[in-house]
Design a protein around this ligand. Structure first.
Ligand code: ADP
Length: 392
């Protein structure tokens, strides 16, 4: 019998993560393959089966456009389908604005409406739409679904969303949106699966990857987050500055005469861990480096994360659970320890050996705040939403 499958795509700055799922029971999705299309200097397509066995490790021609690489990925997936029918491709879309608060079927009209939001995320939205357009051109009959990173934060109170700017700007869309919503939705769901009581705790989820943010979860819903109007706000990130005094931007523009696009590149691509250390945006490289600038960059990353966590604990009126996820959150015991130590006053007591072992629970039994490490899986949420939209 033909099995029905869904391809989930998660486009980032220089790579597209993808995962193929079979529709198992009505509730369940079964992972078939997971891979990455690396679009850096050496374009590569890698994929592994659900059991970890390598299925593909192929260098792609460096001189071909991005769409051709997406085409190669799609061809590879379809070559592996066997007795499967590809039902649809689901995508992570960074910005849904105020309009897209649910996943949608991607049609020429919805793609155009999503594209109109590009001024809200000038660097990220085109990356989200590139694979959508490539697949639409290659396989116009394959249904596609868009899943929005902003949607999970629609539960944030209007007051918390506001900037203290003249009112008319809020109506024009100048407000806090929040991002990493697919990751937070996955974590909220996982906490509920681990234990229903856990899901009711006042929780901060720390999504610490190249992009990084925190989300305050109450009863599994987002009530505050550190990213705002753009994905620049909040924490120190790999190459982004995080929260910054707006006066600094005015100074660059008005006093130093820096062009707006140069400032944009500085804030998004040359700041954060990279700008601070002058060495790398990659936490692994910084951890391995003995350079004092690398140490300071990591110290500021931890300080600012703890500072923002305290602000979110304030929004919730307390803190009962802290969850680390994404590349740094799941794998850097050094950074988790540095953050937790700064939150000791809130009742966080980290268990050193459990933290070093990347255990599920890394707090001591006497810690008032339970600290956990939970792997994120944005692709699974994309596949789940796509299934819902396709009504199967
Ligand atoms: P993205 O936001 O691109 O999806 P990831 O969630 O993959 O990013 O996280 C990438 C970050 O995780 C990088 O800074 C990387 O150095 C860091 N990272 C990955 N593995 C480790 C590790 N073992 N120790 C410390 N940092 C790690």
């Amino acid at each position: 019998m033909m099995r029905q499958s869904i391809l989930a795509l998660n486009a980032g700055s220089s790579s597209v993560k993808f995962a193929l799922y079979d529709l198992a029971s009505p509730q369940d999705l079964q992972l078939v393959s997971r891979g990455t299309l690396d679009l850096g200097d050496v374009p590569t397509l890698r994929a592994k089966a659900a059991d970890g066995a390598m299925q593909c490790d192929r260098r792609l021609a460096a001189d071909k456009p991005r769409d051709a690489a997406i085409g190669e990925m799609l061809n590879w997936v379809q070559g592996e389908m066997g007795e499967r029918n590809l039902l649809c491709a689901g995508h992570r879309i960074v910005h849904g604005g105020s309009e897209f608060i649910e996943p949608v079927r991607l049609t020429p009209a919805t793609i155009e409406a999503i594209d109109r939001l590009t001024p809200l995320a000038p660097l990220h939205q085109p990356r989200s739409l590139a694979p959508v357009r490539a697949i639409a051109a290659l396989q116009p009959d394959l249904p596609q679904v868009g899943c929005f990173d902003t949607a999970f934060h629609q539960t944030i109170d209007p007051l918390v969303r506001r900037f203290a700017l003249p009112r008319q700007y809020e109506e024009q869309g100048l407000r806090r949106y929040g991002f990493h919503g697919l990751s937070y939705e996955h974590i909220a769901g996982r906490l509920g699966e681990i234990s229903p009581t856990l899901a009711t705790k006042r929780t901060i989820v720390a999504h610490l990857g190249n992009g990084a943010s925190l989300c305050a979860l109450q009863q599994g819903k987002s009530i505050d987050t550190t990213m705002g109007f753009s994905a620049l706000d909040g924490l120190v990130m790999g190459t982004r500055c995080g929260a910054i005094d707006p006066g600094v931007l005015l100074y660059f523009l008005l006093e130093r005469g820096i062009a707006a696009d140069e400032l944009q590149t500085m804030l998004y691509e040359k700041s954060g861990l990279l700008g601070l250390s002058g060495i790398s945006s990659d936490m692994r490289t910084l951890e391995a480096s003995g350079d004092p600038r690398a140490l300071e960059a990591m110290a500021l990353f931890a300080f600012r994360t703890a500072r923002e966590a305290a602000a979110l604990a304030n929004t919730m009126g307390g803190l009962e659970c802290l969850v680390f996820t994404a590349g740094i959150g799941e794998r850097s015991s050094f950074i988790r320890k540095a953050i937790c130590e700064k939150l000791a006053w809130l009742g966080v007591v980290i268990d050193g050996p459990a933290n070093d072992a990347h255990s599920e629970i890394i707090s001591r039994p006497d810690s008032k705040v339970e600290v956990r490490v939970v792997a994120t899986d944005e692709e699974k949420i994309i596949a789940r939403h796509s299934r819902m939209v396709m009504q199967v």
